[in-house]
Ligand binder design. Structure first.
Ligand code: KG4
Ligand code: ZN
Length: 338
């Protein structure tokens, strides 16, 4: 009997350290994740130096844990491939994962593949949807990115449009900060929005009238700031209605451009990925669309995780892509030429 093809993947691009073991393209054997959210919460954002030190502290214990959970006694013999996020992300954070992966590939004499983090987000869909095949569109919405990508084939991506300024997740986090909500703000704003009236405070939908596939979220954040000035100091804020109104404008801005991309390309399969894909309002709107078929990963595969990196790494490996000891993190590695 041939032994299963096992990929061990490391993700450390921002503030989550995750390691996963994936069999073939879709079978998750074991996965572990250490979140730094509590560590960064007092500052309302990720402190890069703190992030890289924490990755360094937890990486080897997590590695031991995932191997033990996966029943791997002899990694050199039982594993088939190492995959690691090599960008985009924070340099200090990426370095921890990339250096560890390079060392392990030498020690265990295993092939190594450096993975683009955004391609990883896209592959979160591949892990759970075996009927998803190119060509399709992918809306990637995270703390650092807001883009619509045309997947012509796995490994062949065309950027249809991106944000001019802030990413949508960044807007959620900044609005949460303005409202005194904990970091990361997306889940808190999402929960409050579901209790509020989305029409309570009409806010501008950025770039609604433009016929280009592009986004802008910095003006929406400023609109929320101006809205807050309408309330007197010490007056209790209607947080639910403010969050619902902000979310209404932010999600409308996303949906208008997905519709535009579907019309421009004639492609009617749309995958959703990235941390903001965990948003309940966005998931509901994407699923409700009659204009396209939606593919959405479960929430734990939307936010940063190593399962998606293993899936993208395995796909790259099958297409003959290999990295070597020259692999170096690229903090601004684009998924597709612009
Ligand atoms: O993909 P991710 O885990 O990390 C990056 O690669 O950026 O995305 C994190 C972002 C944060 O901005 C966070 O606030 C946002 O995803 N997020 C959400 C939700 N859960 C996470 N935004 C809106 N609603 C959510 N439920
Ligand atoms: Zn991410």
């Amino acid at each position: 009997m041939s032994r299963p093809f096992l990929t061990l993947a490391i993700e450390s691009s921002c503030d989550d350290t995750s390691i996963a073991l994936l069999e073939g393209q879709r079978k998750v054997v074991a996965t572990v994740l250490s979140s730094q959210a509590d560590l960064h919460a007092p500052w309302g954002g990720v402190i890069p130096e703190v992030a890289s030190r924490e990755h360094q502290r937890v990486l080897i214990p997590l590695l031991r844990e995932v191997l033990s959970r996966g029943g791997i006694a002899n990694p050199a013999r039982e594993l088939s491939l190492l995959a690691v996020t090599a960008g985009p992300g924070l340099m200090g954070s990426l370095l921890v994962g990339v250096m560890a992966a390079k060392a392990l590939s030498q020690a265990w004499e295993l092939p190594l593949v450096g993975v683009n983090h955004l391609e990883g987000h896209l592959f979160a869909n591949v892990v759970v949807h075996d009927d998803l095949a190119p060509p399709f569109l992918c809306l990637i919405v995270s703390g650092g990115h807001t883009e619509i990508v045309h997947v012509r084939a796995f490994g062949d991506y065309r950027m249809l449009g991106m944000t001019r300024d802030d990413a949508v997740g960044e807007a959620y986090d900044k609005v949460a900060k303005l409202l005194g909500l904990p970091y990361p703000g997306g889940p808190a704003v999402d929960a409050l929005a579901s209790q509020g009236n989305p029409r309570a405070f009409p806010l501008p939908v950025p770039l609604r009238e433009s016929d280009a596939v592009e986004f802008s979220f910095s003006g929406l954040k400023t609109a929320v700031l101006h809205l807050l000035k309408r309330f007197r100091e010490g007056e209790p804020l209607p947080l639910e209605d403010i969050c619902a109104s902000f979310q209404e404008a932010a999600l409308n801005a996303l949906m208008v451009k997905v519709r535009l991309a579907v019309m421009a390309t004639g492609i009617r399969s749309v995958a959703l990925s990235g941390g903001v894909a965990a948003n309940s309002g966005l998931r509901a709107r994407m699923t409700a669309s009659r204009e396209w078929k939606s593919y959405i990963p479960p929430r734990d595969l939307c936010t940063d995780n190593a399962v998606m990196i293993a899936a993208a790494g395995y796909s790259n490996w099958k297409r003959g892509i290999r990295s070597d000891l020259l692999l170096s993190p690229d903090p601004s590695w684009p998924l597709a030429p612009q």
